[in-house]
Write a protein that binds this ligand. Structure first.
Ligand SMILES: Cc1cc2nc3c(=O)[nH]c(=O)nc-3n(C[C@H](O)[C@H](O)[C@H](O)COP(=O)(O)OP(=O)(O)OC[C@H]3O[C@@H](n4cnc5c(N)ncnc54)[C@H](O)[C@@H]3O)c2cc1C
Length: 459
């Protein structure tokens, strides 16, 4: 086995004795499967990997990294991979996939490597739901630490607003239980500041009493995009907080797995989640249905467990370049600018340009305030392009050009989970000065050596 220079010098046997899970080095035939990300833009290339089985493994791995001059990265699913994690000790958390639901307290304890699907399935028999996002394949902990904007957001706010307690290994290599009483500053910071402060080994989160909803998606032909987006900007602000919606221009591949009318087409996808009766839901969606004939209409009564049907996110790993931007307002000029930059009439190598309607509980601080930034915006926009040949070379510039076209209406920031391919300075710029200083003060206290530098971290 050929080791990289830093790996060759590591006393790996010492690490193997300290952890129960596997320790993998470059060249190990198990490595590719262990670190396989959903976002395949990067191939993880850490110095050493620890497949953690428990909080003790995570703590031992962090202590080892600190002792041997390695930075520490963490990966649950690789949905949010932002680099190849060079030179790091990578902790993979997929084995830590426990979910325990307390139906009386309406809470769930979620292990670091748990995907939303497992939480949804554990909560559903009790008529409860987590504040998961558009895809149940995403990791619950990474999503929640980054804010977490899902289909129930306007009613219940961000997922991070419903964290009761976190178990975290910070730079000292010890496991801390953090809540509003034990360490209010760290508790504020980690709910919205993501992986900046350590590796969260488990979260205790609220579940909400949602067993069913009126929701789904309607696919319209791309030729109606202008009418639909202009109708959406007038319609969305009229909706009650019980209704969370988004709309996207999708350029779909000629994939035989897609329904025939969508295959290889540019379409407009309206997504709806309404917490109310079927009659109310149908009446609310009627103005959008009247804009154009649908290619496919999947809005109706559904159990919360079928929530993936709302966005129908891709389920296969893929290389992408993405950026987000937050819009103060969505005016007629904003829609025209978006259509000119990325509408169906423009030939651009993009997969998705999506507008998510904010407001409601998203706009209000959490009951126990946290570091989630972006509550002042009216819409969140997310732009994704494929980083595959032959277009990979131009995709980043195209994605940037769409964000630039929306700049006149942007707050200049994005939600952390939708920040995408941005620099460390741009990540730091997602918070106002006061909150950034507060985050940096916590970072200096709990990670003085700067071990946690990978991903979207502050400082
Ligand atoms: C298809 C798709 C759909 C998405 N939908 C939504 C959505 O609806 N709403 C939304 O808000 N976001 C959404 N996202 C963004 C997603 O929430 C973030 O990319 C999130 O970071 C993914 O977490 P992960 O653990 O699955 O990914 P990973 O790539 O495994 O982790 C990404 C980062 O999360 C942090 N992290 C993960 N685990 C831990 C831990 N245990 N302790 C500390 N930090 C940790 C680290 O910073 C890590 O670098 C989506 C992303 C994709 C690809």
């Amino acid at each position: 086995m050929t080791l990289t220079a830093p790996t060759r010098l590591l006393p790996v046997a010492e690490l193997e004795r300290a952890v129960a899970g596997p320790v993998l080095l470059p060249g190990d035939p198990r490595l590719a499967a262990e670190v396989a990300p959903f976002t395949t833009t990067f191939t993880p290339d850490p110095a050493v990997v620890v497949g953690a089985t428990c909080a003790g493994d995570v703590a031992a791995a962090v202590r080892f990294a600190a002792a041997h001059g390695l930075t520490v990265a963490v990966q649950a699913t690789g949905h949010g991979l932002t680099s190849a994690l060079p030179g790091s000790l990578l902790v993979t958390t997929s084995r830590m996939d426990e979910v325990t639901v307390d139906p009386a307290a309406r809470t769930a304890r979620i292990g670091a490597g748990t995907r939303w699907r497992a939480v949804i399935d554990a909560a559903a028999p009790h008529g409860l739901a987590p504040l998961s996002g558009s895809s149940s394949d995403v990791g619950a902990v990474g999503y929640t630490l980054g804010g977490g904007l899902g289909p129930l957001a306007r009613k219940y706010g961000f997922a991070a607003d419903h964290v009761r307690r976190a178990e975290i290994v910070t730079g000292d290599g010890r496991v801390h239980t953090v809540d509003a009483g034990t360490d209010p500053e760290l508790f504020w910071a980690l709910r919205g500041g993501k992986g900046s402060f350590g590796i969260v080994t488990a979260l205790e989160v609220d579940l909400v009493p949602v067993a069913r909803l009126h929701g789904g998606g309607v696919f319209f032909p791309g030729s109606a995009a202008a009418d639909l987006l202009h109708a959406y900007r007038a319609w969305a602000p009229t909706l009650p907080e019980e209704t969370t919606t988004s709309i996207a221009v999708l350029r779909l591949p000629p994939d035989p797995a897609l329904p025939e009318p969508l295959r290889g087409q540019t379409v407009v996808h309206l997504r709806v989640a309404h917490l109310g009766s079927a009659e109310e839901g149908a009446a609310l969606v009627a103005p959008m249905r009247a804009v154009a004939p649908a290619l496919l209409d999947g809005v109706g009564e559904m159990p919360f467990a079928a929530v993936d049907a709302i966005h129908m996110d891709p389920t296969d790993p893929m290389p992408v370049h993405d950026r987000g931007t937050l819009l103060r307002e969505l005016t007629a000029d904003t829609v025209d600018a978006l259509l000119a930059a990325a509408g169906p009439d423009v030939e651009v190598p993009l997969m998705l340009v999506e507008l998510r309607h904010l407001g409601g509980a998203v706009a209000r601080p959490a009951a126990v305030p946290n570091a989630v930034a972006g509550r002042d915006a009216a819409f969140s926009c997310w732009v994704l392009g494929p980083m595959s040949p032959p277009v990979a070379g131009v995709v980043p510039a195209v994605v940037d050009s769409v964000v630039a076209a929306l700049a006149p209406w942007s707050t200049g920031r994005s939600l952390l989970n939708f920040a995408g391919s941005v620099s460390a300075a741009q990540v730091a710029g997602l918070w106002d000065d006061a909150d950034r200083q507060r985050l940096l003060a916590v970072k200096r206290r709990v990670d003085p050596a700067g071990l946690f530098t990978h991903g979207h971290v502050v400082g």
